[in-house]
Structure formats: structure tokens, C-alpha cells
Design a protein around this ligand. Structure first.
Ligand code: HEM
Length: 258
């Protein structure tokens, strides 16, 4: 992609790659940056959507609570179509579902180590020499029973509605680390949260109904590979063969998707 652009008539045309090149990135740097944009901005959110949707449609209690919260809000006219980010933030169960999905399977799960700077540093009371790689197991942290309770490995959005005070604060600050912190924090965090705030409401209810009816089994494993970030070529194709639409449902879906 970068080689093609450099060989083109207009390498600096108005897009991200054009901007990188216009700001003086070398070919190698632009290649690295392009990969970051594609993987950081798409596979991460795609993993969060896939995981959360899978848990929603395979957890009847969660599914029912979420659908009734959305339907109530739609009936009261407190959400638009499509839902606005600000409106989604007023739906407590939806927010709990989004948090829980990112917690149970944090999309960026590699150590993503950082190097201790010159002079060393002190971490949690330990002296760490300069040059040491320090990383965190995000999956381990987000499944901590000490922070989230004995059922930390389970997808249970209700934990976010039950917790209060210091416990909720600790859970929230720990959860925020799925996007890292400080100078290493994800630059697309707000974009990712806007996407997540909309998707689970906008996925057509009729489709969710069909998926739910077709699941008679507990959650299955979905095929995913984790190097540092989860990637998958299967996505929803695992879900699709498990259900079929009746002709009236197909018509309804076609109408609602217009
Ligand atoms: C649920 C979705 C997402 C999660 C969980 C996530 C998580 C992360 C994490 C943990 C990092 C820090 C990596 C490190 O330790 O160095 C990061 C960095 C980054 N993310 Fe995200 N991300 C998500 C979505 C996005 C989106 C949608 C975009 C772009 C629109 C994006 C753009 C970036 C970029 C550019 C960086 C590198 C920041 C830097 O250090 O310069 N991310 N992300």
C-alpha cells in the first residue's frame, strides 16, 4: 500500500497515509504506522463487538435485560434512531454490558511491555533497574477475583450495577486499563466507546431474536488468535450457520434494514 502510494502521482493526497508522508515519515515508518492504524483501530473494536455479542446472545438473562432496557427507552422516546452516544450513556445496563465484554476478553491482551527509563524506577515498592521490560497480563488483571469477585471469570454485567463506593471505583479504574493509561493510553478510546455505545442497540432486534432462538447450547469457543491483539477471520460466520430466517422474518429484516 505504501509502496503503491509512493509510486503514485499524488502521494500526499488528503488521507491518513498522505498526511504521514507529508509529515516526513520514511517508507518504513509509514508502513509501521499504517499497520497500527488498521489493527489498532479495527480488530480491537471488532473483537469487543464479537465477544460481547456472543455473550449477549448466549446469556438469556443478559439478553432479556438489555432488550427490555432498549425497548423501554425507545418506547419512552429517550433514544433516537440511530442512538446517540450521549443517549447510550444513560442506559445503565448497556454500559454494564459494554464494560463486561471488554473485561472478560480485553482485545489488547499482549504484555505490550514498556522499558524502564534511565536511572531505574520504583514499582509497587520494588526497585526496577533501567532497561527492564515491564508488561502486564491484561487478561489476568481483568479476571482478578480480588477486584471483581469470585465469579470474575464469568460474563455477568450485573456486577457493575451491584458494586458501590470504593469497590466500584477500584473495578472502574482497573477496567479503564484495558485502554492503558497516561502517555500509553489508546488514542482511539473515545471512538471505540462511541462505536460500542451504538452497535448493540442498532443491531436489529429481529436478528438477535433469531440468533437467540437458535442457541440451545452454552457459549461455544470462537476461533481467535492472539499475538498482542486478538485477530479473527471467522467473525460472525460462526453464528450465521446456526440459524435461518423464515420468509416473514427475512421481509421484516429487509424492511428494518432500509
Ligand atoms: C475496544 C477497542 C480498543 C481497545 C481495547 C484498545 C486498546 C489499546 C491499548 C491497550 C493501547 C496501548 C498499547 C500499548 O501498550 O502501547 C492502544 C493504543 C492505540 N490505539 Fe487503541 N484500542 C481500541 C480501539 C482503538 C481505535 C478504534 C483506534 C483508532 C480509531 C485506536 C487507536 C490506537 C492507537 C493509534 C494507539 C497507539 C497509541 C500510541 O501509543 O501512540 N484504538 N489501544
Amino acid at each position: 500500500m505504501v509502496a503503491e502510494r509512493l509510486a503514485s502521482d499524488n502521494p500526499y493526497r488528503k488521507d491518513m497515509l498522505g498526511s504521514f508522508l507529508a509529515h516526513g515519515l520514511t517508507r518504513e515508518e509509514a508502513e509501521g504506522e499504517t499497520l497500527t492504524q488498521v489493527i489498532a483501530g479495527s480488530d480491537t473494536t471488532a473483537t469487543a463487538i464479537r465477544t460481547t455479542l456472543l455473550y449477549i446472545v448466549t446469556s438469556p438473562r443478559c439478553y432479556d435485560s438489555l432488550v427490555s432496557e432498549i425497548r423501554d427507552a425507545a418506547a419512552k422516546g429517550t433514544i433516537s434512531a440511530p442512538i446517540k452516544d450521549s443517549e447510550a450513556k444513560t442506559l445503565p445496563y448497556l454500559q454494564a454490558v459494554i464494560r463486561e465484554g471488554l473485561r472478560v476478553l480485553p482485545p489488547v491482551a499482549g504484555l505490550m511491555s514498556k522499558v524502564v527509563p534511565k536511572g531505574g524506577d520504583e514499582l509497587c515498592g520494588f526497585q526496577v533497574p533501567e532497561g527492564t521490560d515491564v508488561g502486564v497480563s491484561m487478561l489476568g488483571l481483568q479476571h482478578s477475583q480480588e477486584i471483581y469477585g469470585e465469579d470474575a471469570a464469568m460474563f455477568r454485567p450485573e456486577r457493575w450495577l451491584e458494586a458501590q463506593g470504593d469497590r466500584l471505583k477500584t473495578m472502574t479504574t482497573t477496567w479503564e486499563l484495558t485502554f492503558k493509561y497516561g502517555k500509553w493510553q489508546c488514542l482511539g478510546k473515545s471512538v471505540a466507546l462511541i462505536e460500542l455505545n451504538k452497535i448493540f442497540v442498532e443491531v436489529r432486534m429481529v436478528l438477535l431474536d433469531c440468533i437467540r432462538l437458535s442457541f440451545s447450547q452454552p457459549p461455544f469457543h470462537h476461533s481467535t488468535t492472539c499475538t498482542h491483539i486478538y485477530t479473527s477471520s471467522t467473525s460472525f460466520s460462526l453464528v450465521r450457520p446456526l440459524f435461518s430466517l423464515t420468509s416473514s422474518e427475512e421481509k421484516k429484516l429487509a424492511l428494518t434494514n432500509r
